[in-house]
Unconditional design. Sequence first.
Length: 321
Amino acid sequence: MTLGYLFGANISDPDPEHGANLYEAYPAMRRSYEQVRDWTGIEPRALLRGEFEPRNDHDRFSLAGIRLAALAFGIHDVLAESDIHPSVAGGISLGGLVASSVAGAVDRRTLFDLLVREAKTPLPDPSPPAQGAAIAFLPVTEDPTFYYGERRPGVYLGGDFGVLSNGTARLLMLSGTAEALDKLVAQSPPGMISVIDGQPFAVHSPLRQYATDFMAPAVTAMAVADPRIPVCSFLEERALTTADEVRDLFQRNKTTTMSLPHACTGMKAQGVRLAFVLGPTLPAGVLDFPFPVVRITEPHHVTEAMTAIYDYAVDLVAPSA
């Protein structure tokens, strides 16, 4: 039985209280946040509470990503102090990048440097049409391609979160121009598709090519090692085991559909029979996972995670493995 770590995407800022109780309870969490402060210049309180003033959309998006990554690494370090280490790592979007770092392929500071650089992404000239993203709950009996792609100009499949735990609907994230998304919402049954408030980008779509181009020199130049443990991709259903494969994940992240089923199916194929979700971005009790999941956002969840390890008799890798 294998333990996996699973990390979510930067599609919403965590609630102000997420991480604060863990920070107060665990010195390892405080040390982790102090390290992030040294790298980014953002004080732990600001990271925990979101108490900063973003200057623009890219700045806000980058700061949200820094908050989520800091929280995920802090929880990782709390577990590591108890000699809990995963045998497999996976995630979607930002979570896949964090998983690559947890696996030892990308240095933490390198990842935070990339997130800080992302805040400086310039808009193309001339500025493109307004963009956005939407959440769609589509009945499993319907063809999802009716809602994006060739049938819906300007709308792309940004993310596939899989089927809900009750089996009734598939949860998708649609990305595109604001005009195309608004039109789609108006033409769909009430409540089926909702635009995500405060999301100004067509994430995981070709419309983000300008951001990929801006980040490309840094991604090309960053040091990448072969991961110590498999990293399950969210772009295809496969495990990444080489430095070149991890760099490719970083290069294609912004413009390619993210898939939670890809990551989870890959983790199951690697033997994962219990997974810890580190952080708040994968909703609890909503999605269908192919293995038991313990979601860690509060101190008592750490105790529950430790209990689950014994209940499921999972194997842990050594930290240097």
